[in-house]
Design a protein around this ligand. Sequence first.
Ligand code: 3PG
Length: 206
Amino acid sequence: MNTLELCAYGPVIPVIVLQRVEDAVPVAQALVQGGVRVLEVTLRTPVALRCLEAIAREVPQAILGAGTVRSAADARAALAAGACFAVSPGYTEAVGAACADLALPLLPGVATASELMAAQDGGHHFVKFFPASAAGGIPLLKALAGPFPEVSFCPTGGITPQNARDFLALPQVKVCGGSWLTPQDAIAAGDWPRITRLAQEAAALR
Ligand code: 3PG
């Protein structure tokens, strides 16, 4: 798989933070039911790898990725847990090389022209723009399109249902990432219908 293929499934990739293994499968099912199949489970909690394993095992419709991949070890663990792609908040040659060795497609994060050039040297022409809003939002994306017309972006960080359409209207933006589809209070309350509703709304953004 090429990470650009992830964009074919819908306009939003949910960034999911799970605190309890038992929430993993119902959260993934709720998103899939709402029409969102590409899922990024962040390696940000002690249970993240077990959550990936559970989703990989029990929700075959999900196209499952691991987020917050910051090292070669993270990449290896993500693949072993069942992730079929990786997302990193930034780009390092070490993470790029590890993912290449593992044949684990990587969506690397960049926020500047230099980082983008490094990611391109590593063969990445589809990148996460992170943290999108804090780093400069739409004006920065438009500015980067000048010297980097061939690059596609997944803005993530500060994307909301209100501003997602504006980001998605840019030709270089193929998909957005965001945590708003899986609010922590909805997960804690087991409010799966709310997550399905948020997924349906996100899937309809474009
Ligand atoms: C993150 O790293 O948490 C993601 O970028 C999501 O950001 P968000 O919570 O602003 O959507």
